[in-house]
Design a protein around this ligand. Structure first.
Ligand code: GLN
Length: 483
């Protein structure tokens, strides 16, 4: 039962082959048995799951249908869940029970999805390895000595290990696409503004975007359908109609113009990943796509710009965690200043503190123009590169990551080495564009992903290309040994 995709589950439930309650019990037992190896969950919500599953079964018995009605999922632990711990992977929020549901959580619950739990993540979504979590590192089911990617490493490891078919995640600089690549999943970061950020604990507000992590493009279409849409509670949510993503899967790729940026194939790229990327290009050419070399000349400036903008926004967003309003408070403060200092010093981990300091520095009088403003100008150049490229091509293709998943601990003492691993993913966040990572092969037994980028609101095009690729390849069907 645990091998089924969301699409297969929906068919099985509709055909009354099993109930949502039966499936939920199977998956909860599987999580109890296997998750101790992976550490992919921070909290399990068994009671909620069983009551939601029973309610979904009752709705089906009353004649209701829907692809998510009775489908088991989990939420990255930065989506607020009413009455349930929402930790953001931090000691700061270890005791925080959200007073309301995030829009994404509420929409999926209304569609009948069953919440099995809250998944592990890098603290405040800062990281590319899921090693900065207060709740400990997550292990990659493909090799337990390797990282699953981050920051949505818990969602990725759980879905890859077949503990559940799909999960929500968020992507500020690659946190959906990079863990998807490292664990052989399909992950989609939507256009900025497509999915509501209301009730999603903020890291860098102009970059953060929620999206689906699943095993197939078909399942990403189902989960995105339940997440996307205008939300008056989020001032950056965009009032655009949501297309039928599942209906977009079957378009022909004949004549599709795929741009391949020459800057992607530079010295930093593992040559074995370059080869697998070229193989996926050939597979898409066979399906009728045309390949065009393109250039993204400002790509080299994207990492420095991102690692100024994201910490700047984080330093502002995280100022609310002051030991007074919510979350952790230090013991026996001497006075108010001591309370602020010690609550933040004890509640935040090292990477979060580093980013707050970098961000506060970049925003300070005297440095603002040199760092923050300069980074914003680079951001515009990165966007302009994409706008020029999308005049020539329909989609941009390249590797998702320069290297496969590294060993646990290999980069944790060198933050810059870890930042450099985000080179292919962060440009989409700077520009606000949608991006998808799909499985494209293996290197030393570790999965490799290929990334597709599309113009604003063309999530359907990304899903279409990925689905057609998956109908003609079997990388996405491979299962990690032991799971
Ligand atoms: N690795 C990037 C960072 O640490 C991206 C994280 C994310 O997308 N949340 O900021």
């Amino acid at each position: 039962m645990h091998h089924m995709t969301l699409a297969e589950i929906a068919r099985g439930l509709a055909d009354k082959k099993f109930s949502s309650e039966e499936l939920t019990k199977v998956l909860l037992a599987r999580i109890a048995q296997l998750d101790p190896q992976l550490n992919s969950f921070i909290s399990l919500t068994e009671d909620l799951a069983l009551s939601q599953a029973k309610a979904a079964d009752a709705r089906r018995a009353n004649g209701e249908s829907g692809a998510l009605l009775g489908a088991p999922i989990a939420h990255k632990d930065l989506f607020c869940t009413q009455g349930i711990r929402t930790s953001c992977g931090s000691k700061m929020l270890d005791n925080f029970k959200a007073p309301y549901d995030a829009t994404v959580v509420a929409k999926l619950a209304a569609a009948g999805a069953v919440t099995l739990g809250k998944t592990n993540m890098d603290e405040f979504a800062m990281g590319s390895a899921n090693e900065s979590s207060y709740y400990g590192a997550v292990k990659n089911p493909w090799n337990l000595e390797h990282v699953p990617g981050g920051s949505s490493g818990g969602s990725a490891a759980a879905v890859a290990a077949r503990l559940l078919p799909a999960a929500t995640a968020t992507d500020t600089g690659g946190s959906i696409r990079q863990p998807a690549a490292f664990t052989n999943l399909t992950g989609l970061k939507p256009t900025y503004g497509r999915v509501s950020r209301w009730g999603m604990i903020a890291y860098a507000s102009s970059l953060d975007q929620g999206g689906p992590l699943a095993r197939t493009a078909e399942d990403c279409a189902i989960l995105l359908q339940g997440m996307a849409g205008f939300d008056p509670n989020d001032s950056t949510s965009i009032d655009e109609p949501v297309p039928d993503y599942s209906a977009s899967l079957n378009g022909s790729l004949q004549g599709l113009r795929i741009g391949v940026p020459k800057e992607y194939f530079s010295a930093g790229l593992d040559p074995r990943i370059a080869e697998l990327t070229h193989n996926s290009i050939k597979a898409l050419e066979k399906l009728g796509a045309e390949i065009k070399p393109i250039s993204l000349p400002n790509m080299q400036h994207a990492i420095p710009a991102y690692y100024v903008i994201a910490p700047a926004e984080a330093s502002s967003n995280l100022s609310r965690f002051d030991g007074v309003r919510f979350g952790y408070r230090c013991e026996n403060p001497d006075n108010l200043i001591d309370l602020y200092k010690r609550s933040r010093g004890e509640g935040f981990g090292a990477e979060v503190q580093r980013r707050i300091m970098v961000g506060a520095y970049a925003l300070s009088a005297g440095y603002y123009d040199a760092y923050y403003l300069k980074a914003q100008k680079i951001r515009r150049l990165v966007k302009n590169d994409f706008m020029a490229a999308f005049n020539e091509v329909d989609i941009i293709l390249g590797p998702t990551t320069p290297n496969p998943a590294w060993k646990l601990g290999a980069k944790s003492s060198d933050p810059v080495a870890e930042y450099l691993e985000d080179v292919y993913t962060i440009t989409a966040n700077l520009a606000g564009l949608p991006g998808l990572s799909m499985p494209a092969g293996f290197v030393d037994g570790l999965p490799v992903g290929v990334q597709l980028l599309a113009p604003y609101f063309q999530e359907g095009r990304l899903l279409n290309v990925a689905h057609q690729y998956q109908l003609n390849t079997d990388w996405h069907t491979r299962t990690p040994t032991g799971f």
